[in-house]
Design a protein around this ligand. Structure first.
Ligand code: AMP
Ligand code: MG
Length: 304
């Protein structure tokens, strides 16, 4: 894949929005670091973020929206979340709130969780892309897995060149560190990640904040799960892949991008099924298969 680096202007945003609507990822500056953005309503597009970054595991991604009104359509904002959003958005604050059932967010973007991390970024390039694409954008930092977060277009090019079609060059980012993350999911507010906005400032707006907070960061089914199952027992819901059709399939074509996009939906389906256990057909360890298998192995591990 050829990677174009284009200066932030109207023509670049129009091209970037076209790529986003076609299910591709685009690197875009925000006020924190450069993000690798994809349509959060398109599971395969979000899977391509993981493919490009070579990330070995799925974790919930921050979903970016143009304003608080758009955020309210996706997440449920209580009084405290409203107060923080009103005070700090647009800006480097991510709020984790309950996900609305009707929101059209792909389950891979939240890693199957019933909560969602939302942010309204201030950077004009990200704002312009959000408005031009008209979709919420999932965007982790635009670097290969394990590398440091990029604060310039050339950092992104060095890390992801050949793996993404477009990098929007908006110059160096202002903050250079990732957003502060606060969970407002009921009970006291919890600081999940320190960042540019300080807890003291947050506390004076939103009230009490517990720091650092813990929040389940991965969905796992409640039933025992067996891996590499080439057949299933009568009491097992069988998740298929490729030629092994199962009761539901990750991808009948053996397509790993589709399998990643469907993973959490199928796990939820298996959890809701009548069978008391889950079996999963073998998934190859190549490319996105590594992240899929990582998630499946964690789901199969005995709970502590
Ligand atoms: P990033 O890689 O910068 O997109 O940051 C993603 C981080 O945001 C995750 O590792 C979580 O710590 C946090 N996060 C995002 N969404 C959620 C969520 N729904 N529940 C809990 N934590 C979340
Ligand atoms: Mg990162």
């Amino acid at each position: 894949m050829q990677t174009h680096v284009l200066k932030f202007d109207d023509a670049t945003i129009a091209e970037a929005a076209g790529l986003i609507l076609a299910g591709q990822c685009v690197a875009v500056p925000t006020e924190t670091v450069y993000g690798l953005a994809a349509d959060a309503t398109n599971g395969e597009a979000v899977a391509r973020i993981y493919e490009a970054k070579g990330r070995p595991s799925f974790n919930p991604l921050i979903v970016h929206v143009p304003d608080l009104a758009a955020a309210r359509e996706i997440g449920e904002f209580g009084e405290e979340a409203e107060a923080l959003a009103t005070r700090y958005w647009p800006g480097p604050l991510t709020l984790v709130v309950p996900l609305r059932e009707a929101a059209q967010i792909a389950s891979i973007a939240t890693a199957g969780l019933p909560t969602i991390g939302l942010r309204v970024p201030a950077h004009p390039a990200m704002q312009a892309l959000l408005r031009a694409a008209g979709r919420p954008l999932a965007a982790p930092s635009a670097n290969a897995s394990g590398a440091i977060s990029p604060t310039r277009a050339k950092h992104v090019l060095k890390s992801l060149g050949g793996r993404v079609p477009l990098i929007i060059d908006g110059g160096p980012t202002e903050r250079g560190i990732e957003s502060t993350i606060v969970a407002a999911t009921g009970g006291p507010l919890r600081l999940l990640r320190a960042g540019p906005i300080q807890v003291d400032a947050l506390a004076s707006e939103g009230g009490k904040i517990e720091a650092p907070g813990q929040l389940a960061s991965h969905y796992a089914p409640s039933k025992p799960l067996r891996l590499n199952a080439s057949s299933a027992e009568p009491d097992e819901f069988w998740i298929g892949f490729g030629d092994l059709a199962g009761d539901a399939t990750l991808s009948a074509d053996g397509d790993l991008t589709e399998a990643a996009a469907r993973l959490f939906d199928v796990l939820h389906q298996a959890d809701d099924a009548a069978q008391s256990r889950i079996a999963v057909a073998p998934v190859p360890e190549t490319g996105l298969g590594a992240a899929i298998n990582d998630r499946l192995r964690r789901a199969a591990a005995p709970r502590s």
